[in-house]
Write a protein that binds this ligand. Sequence first.
Ligand code: ADP
Ligand code: GN1
Ligand code: MG
Length: 363
Amino acid sequence: MYSQDELREICSKFAIYGDFLVAVPFGSGHINDTYQLTYDQGGVRLHYTLQRINHAVFKNPVHVMENMDRVTKHLLDRIHSRHIETKKRTLRLLRTFSNVPYVQDSRGSFWRAYVFVENARSYDVLETADQAYRTAYAFGEFQNDLTDLPGPRLHETIPDFHNTPRRVEQLEEAIREDRVGRAGGVKREIDFVMKRRGDTEKLLRLNADGDIPERITHNDTKVNNILIDDLSGEGICVLDLDTVMPGLALYDFGDMVRAGTSPAEEDEVDLRKVGMRFEMFEALFSGYTASAGNFLTPAERENLPFAGKLITLETGIRFLTDYINGDIYFKTRRPSHNLDRCRNQFRLVESIERQMNRMMELV
Ligand code: ADP
Ligand code: GN1
Ligand code: MG
C-alpha cells in the first residue's frame, strides 16, 4: 500500500499543472493498481489516472511503456483523420519533467499517468446488445488502426500470453508442484481441461500453416477495458494497453465473447446465472465485422465462434492454475476467488459449446 504522501511525491514528477488534492483507488482490474487523481487548477478540479504497473506480471515495464507510447501516438494520428474532437478517443499519457512517460519510485515500482476520460465508464457486465455492438466495433477499429503502425515489431510484454497449450503445461506444472495442497480438491476442473486439450492447438496451427496472420492485437479485450461514453453510448476509448503486442485477431474477438456475453460477473458463484446470450454474440459479431471485416481472412472469420470458446477455456485454465499456485497472479478477495472464477468460465465454455452450431451458421 502507498500513502497519500508517497502518491503525491510520485505525482510531483509528472508535468501536471496545479495542486495535488487526493488519489483514490479506482476500477476493478485484476493486475495493476489504479488511482483517480484530483488536482486543483486555479479553483477548477481536474482528474487524472495514475497506475502502478504490476512488475511481477510485466517483467519489463520500460518495454511496456515503449509500446504504449508508440501505440497511443499512432492511434491519435489515425483518430485525427476521422474526428475533429480527439480528446477522449485514446489514452493520453502524461510525461515527466524529464520528458519520459513513466516514473520509477524508491521501491522500484513503475508508474504512469493519463488524462482521466470524463463522462464515460467501463462495465464489468454488458447490459445491452447495443453496448456489445459498440464495444466490438471499437476493438475492431483499434486493430484496424494498428495495421499500419510504423517501426519495428512491438515488444512481447508477456511471452506466450495466449499460447493455450503452454497454459495447459503451466497448469500441469502447478499440479505437479502443488505448493499449497489445493490440487487434490480440483480433480473435476482438471478433467474438464484435459478433455478439451485437443482444441488448444488449433489457432497456433492455423497460424503456422499461414492461414491466420500475426497482427498487432490488444490481447486483453475484456469489456471493462473500454470506456463507453455516457451521452452517445459509443465505445469511446480503449484502455489497458499493456498487452498490445503481436498476436492473433481471434484472441481479441474470443475475449470479447468471454467477457461480453454472460449476464453474470466473472466471479459469480451461482452458476445458473452464467451462460452465453446468443443475442450478445450476434451483436459482438456485427460490431466487430463492421470495423475489422475489411482485413479479416476467411480462416479468421470462420474461427470467430471457436475463438470465443478457446479464450474462455484458456482464462478458466489460468484462474485454475493460479488457484493451485496459491493466488500469486490475479488479485483476489477471498481464498476461493480464483476457483470461483474458473468454475464460472468453464460453465460459460459449456454454454458456448452447446450453441456452437448456431454461432457457426451466423458467421
Ligand atoms: P488493469 O490493468 O488493472 O485492469 P486498467 O488500465 O484496465 O487496469 O484500469 C482499470 C480501470 O480504471 C478501467 O477499467 C477503467 O474503469 C478505469 N480507467 C483507466 N484509465 C482510465 C482513464 N484514462 N479514464 C477513465 N477511467 C480510466
Ligand atoms: C486480467 O488487467 P485486467 O483485469 O484487465 C488479465 C487478462 C484476463 C483478465 C480476466 C495482463 O485483465 O489476461 O483475461 O484479467 N490481464 C493480464 O479477467 O494477465
Ligand atoms: Mg483492465
